[in-house]
Each structure stands twice: as C-alpha cells, then as structure tokens.
Design a protein. Structure first.
Length: 302
C-alpha cells in the first residue's frame, strides 16, 4: 500500500481517547495504533469477556500502553449514561466506531430498531453526554464511522424505526447515512470541535457475518466469507481511514475520509465524496432535533 499509513500517525502523547467497539476489527486496530503512538485509550466494549481479551492482546502488542477497559452497550441508553457519568477529566478524541450490520429485526433496550438505535442514537447520546469533556480540551475531535452504504440510505422520518416494513440492508444503509449526517451537523453546530466521518471501505471483519449467522442463513454467511477473502482488505487496513480522521493534521471538519482505491473499497485513506444528501443542512437539523427527542439527551449550547 502506498500513501498514508499508520506509521504517519504523529505523536499522541498526552491525548486521551475513547474508542467504541474496540474489542475487535476496525475498533481494535484503531485503539491499538492510537495507543502505540502514545494516546491513553479507553476500550469501550459491550462484552466484558471479549473486551478483556482485546485489552490483553493490546497490552501484549504495546507493553506499557496506557489503556483501560470500560463497559458500554450502545443499545441501552442507561448504559450510555452510566459510561459517560463514569468518565473523568477532559477528552481529546472520541471515535464512534461500534456498530451492527444487517441483523434480523431486533429492538434495543429502549425500543428502537436495533441498527438505527445502536449505530446512530447510541453514539448521538454518547457524544452529547461527553461533549463537555471534549470541549474542555484545546483541539477535540469526534470521528464517526459511517459506510459506503450511506450513499444509498434515506432518512425516513415517518418510519425511522422501520415499523411499517423492515428490510435489514435498507435499515443498515439508513443508519449509516444518519452517522454521516450527524457528523456533518456536529461540525456545523460546534466550531470548536473537529467533527469528521470515516468509512473503512470493504474490510474483512466479523461484522459481515454477524447478521447472516443470527438469521441462520448459511448461504449468505458463505458469501460474506467469500467477499471478505476476495474483496476485503484487512481490518488493520480498514482502520486507516478512521486513524487518518483521528490523527492527521490535514483533516477538515465536516468532511468524510475513506479508502481512495477503486470504488473506495480499499486503499490508502484520503478525503472521499459521499453524495449531496448528507450535506443538506435541513436534514441535519431535523435528524438532530429528532435524536434529542428520542434519546432525551440535549447537547450543551455552542
């Protein structure tokens, strides 16, 4: 791979970061490289067992790393509030990475459709609750991980919870568009917070197989394995756009970063276009107001 790599990450000594979903895949490699370059990193994980395993791997890979594990279930707003309340001190970087993809229909602890509730609403609430800690630092960043599927998503405000009809890939695309719209609206509202989106392209992680496995669909599961093998780049490679967005001095607030290779599926990271829909200020404002109402989390005044 040519272009920007993890070796180009600057010294992050003294910076504090939180990475959601850091127990595996892109989240783990994001946390690993942030720690390797000096940041103090909190691995925010839903599974205590998988989180502890990831923490052990990271400490073995980076002896002396300033890393810790904390419990966070983005599908439960009570857990989100407890996590934020337990955070102490300023925060330089929040990486909204965790997510679910193409699951059979499920609902969160608060009754939201699982993909929209976890991927967007959980991270929206988390960001709002941690915003005072972020704004207590000189140059805070929020990186929200979206997907190329955001390009075909829609925000159906008359049916955000897919109650009329649930189509798992449509719901996923819609949730990833919400991630992108949120990142851009956060940038509009807070000039003192650098808010960007990142997407990994096609990265070989267990995310592609989780949905088919939950549905008991062996054919789709095998296709996911084949796609990971033939098309996908490694999880470490898929983490590079997130790391670029989190650490590069060239990042522009409100932009999206992803692989610059063919069809933006793989390759070195850089700024990528994501369509005009996500840039609509009216859409951002409506999603923001709706998300505040649904989560009960109101962001501090700018």
């Amino acid at each position: 791979m040519t272009g920007w790599t993890a070796d180009d990450i600057p010294d992050l000594g003294g910076r504090r970061a939180i990475v959601t979903g850091a127990n595996s895949g892109i989240g783990y490699h994001t946390a690993l490289q942030l720690a390797r370059h000096g940041a103090a990193v909190v691995l925010a994980c839903r599974s205590a067992e998988r989180g502890a395993q990831a923490l052990g791997r990271l400490r073995a890979a980076v002896p002396g790393a300033a890393v810790e594990l904390a419990s966070l279930d983005l599908a439960d707003l009570e857990s989100v509030r407890a996590f934020a309340a337990a955070h102490d001190g300023p925060l330089d970087l929040l990486v909204n990475n965790a997510g679910v993809m193409a699951l059979p229909h499920r609902t969160t602890a608060d009754g939201f459709e699982m993909q929209f509730g976890t991927n967007h609403l959980g991270h929206f609430a988390l960001t709002g609750l941690l915003l005072p800690a972020l704004r207590a630092t000189a140059a805070p960043r929020v990186v929200t991980v979206t997907s190329g599927f955001a390009r075909v998503g829609r925000l159906r405000f008359d049916d955000l919870q897919s109650e009329r009809r649930y189509r798992k890939w449509v719901a996923y695309a819609d949730s990833k568009l919400a991630n992108l719209v949120f990142a851009k609206e956060l940038a509009r509202r807070y000039s003192d917070v650098l808010s960007v989106a990142a997407h990994p392209g096609y990265a070989s992680t267990n995310l592609q197989q989780a949905g088919p496995q939950m549905a008991g669909n062996a054919v789709t599961d095998r296709l996911a394995v084949l796609g990971n093998t033939l098309i996908g780049q490694s999880a470490a490679g898929g983490a590079l756009p997130t790391l670029y967005a989190a650490a590069s001095p060239d990042v522009v607030t409100g932009a999206c970063y992803g692989p610059r290779g063919v069809f933006n599926l793989r390759g070195a990271p850089g700024r990528v276009p994501m369509g005009r829909t996500a840039d609509r200020a009216d859409l951002g404002r409506r999603l923001w107001e709706t998300s505040e109402r649904l989560t009960g989390v109101t962001f501090a005044p700018a």
